[in-house]
Design a protein around this ligand. Structure first.
Ligand SMILES: Cc1cc2nc3c(=O)[nH]c(=O)nc-3n(C[C@H](O)[C@H](O)[C@H](O)COP(=O)(O)OP(=O)(O)OC[C@H]3O[C@@H](n4cnc5c(N)ncnc54)[C@H](O)[C@@H]3O)c2cc1C
Length: 378
């Protein structure tokens, strides 16, 4: 008999798992999403490193229209004055079909959604309670409906309320002390940087990342600014930008005209292994990093793939095995994300000078790159 999987949340993690399950006839699945539709917010760019592209290719990602994605060759490091410090070769870990990729989040999500039957996703559903009965999980929703499943995968994002309901304790992420601001910009608005590459512009307590998201070279701009307050209304954001970025380079004001989106950065407090052996947390619901290694979506994809592999082979100790693998990956990436965050935001002019000299050496050092990036991109 087929095993049934319920997936909670139709973000990247949930939709990737659904697509993987689609390829295995031993399973039936349903995605329960609290929203009324899938969020296809146009402006958000995503970077995918080869570790997640190789998984996505299993479900046909390599066949996406070539115009709708981009394969940057280099990461250029700049000072806040936009002077180039050095560059890092991103192609080192690429192979013919598996390449570092940037694209709009909406393109990725649309690709994942289109492959599923329309009745695979049920909208307007939030779990109110979960009970285990004879090895199966009875899930109850706030609208009074229920379902009985063999596996429950919670992929409802950083604020995962389902996690709190299942574990019967209030679990909340921590504010990371930084606000993200993003905008989609046109190539012509930018001078001094090479818009064919990913550009990282590093200032005191702030960094900006720009990269093309398609062959038309629409550019995704996202910046992270250290700030104690989580307040991100538009007046506060203008003031924060003024006191952080524009104070250090007034020309950058041109990048922030028009519609800006902003949000506070939250990170996970601690890992949770569920009290139920057949409940798995995936993507941001398992662990959310600071976004300074650009691994959030890639790890969401990896976690979905790990769950798929373990339930496919009916692993005898699947939850512990999953937890052990995830812990290893997360510890590695989290350390690097935090180190990057520190390095990108250095204020002291002498330390900044030193950082830049070291960076110039490191980007050319094979064994450092293999260790620092290779272990993440493997
Ligand atoms: C500034 C910034 C830049 C980033 N840049 C990158 C990048 O370049 N590369 C990268 O790899 N990652 C990046 N990320 C991270 C990445 O976007 C996320 O890690 C990834 O989208 C997480 O996917 P997810 O499926 O776990 O969660 P989400 O995408 O958050 O999806 C969760 C889904 O669950 C639904 N949901 C919520 N609550 C419930 C509920 N109770 N019941 C049912 N459904 C529910 C939501 O509506 C949503 O559809 C960035 C993040 C930030 C903040």
């Amino acid at each position: 008999m087929k095993k049934k999987v319920a997936i909670i949340g139709s973000g990247v993690a949930g939709l990737v798992l659904a697509n993987l399950l689609r390829t295995n006839s031993n399973f039936e699945f349903v995605v329960y999403e609290k929203g009324k539709f899938i969020n296809l917010d146009e402006g958000f760019g995503i970077q995918l490193s080869v570790n997640s592209v190789s998984i996505l290719n299993k479900i046909g990602f390599d066949q996406i229209n070539k115009d709708e994605k981009y394969h940057p060759l280099k990461l250029d490091f700049h000072s806040i004055g936009c002077d180039k410090i050095c560059d890092l070769d991103l192609t080192k870990f690429n192979s013919t079909n598996i390449r570092y990729t940037t694209l709009k989040r909406s393109v990725l999500v649309n690709f994942l959604k289109e492959k599923l039957l329309s009745n695979s996703i049920i909208f307007g559903k939030k779990i109110s309670d979960v009970k285990q009965i004879e090895g199966k999980l009875n899930i109850h929703f706030f609208d009074g409906s229920s379902d009985k499943v063999d596996y429950l995968v919670i992929s409802d994002g950083i604020f995962s309320s389902t996690k709190s309901i299942i574990e019967k304790k209030f679990i909340k992420p921590n504010y990371y002390g930084a606000i993200a601001v993003r905008r989609q910009i046109q190539n012509k608005e930018i001078s001094k940087i090479n818009t064919s590459n990913i550009s990282l512009i590093m200032g005191s307590d702030v960094h900006l990342v720009l990269y093309p998201v398609n062959q038309q070279k629409v550019i995704n701009l996202v910046c992270l600014i250290r700030t104690k307050s989580e307040n991100n209304d538009s007046n506060s954001i203008r003031e924060i930008l003024e006191n952080s970025i524009f104070k250090q380079n007034k020309n950058l004001v041109n990048l922030f005209r028009g519609d800006l989106k902003s949000w506070p950065i939250y990170v996970t407090n601690k890992f949770i292994k569920s009290v139920y052996k057949n409940v798995f947390y995936a993507g941001d619901a398992f662990y959310t990093f600071p976004p300074t290694m650009a691994q959030g979506a890639s790890q969401a994809i990896e976690s979905a793939n790990e769950i798929f592999n373990l339930i496919s082979i009916n692993h005898a100790d699947m939850q512990n095995e999953y937890f052990k693998n995830r812990l290893g990956r997360i510890n590695l990436i989290n350390k690097r994300s935090k180190f990057n965050y520190f390095g990108f935001h250095i204020s002291n002019p002498f330390v900044k000078f030193l950082r830049n000299q070291i960076l110039k050496l490191l980007v050319k050092n094979e064994s450092f790159i293999n260790n620092y990036l290779g272990k993440v991109f493997k």
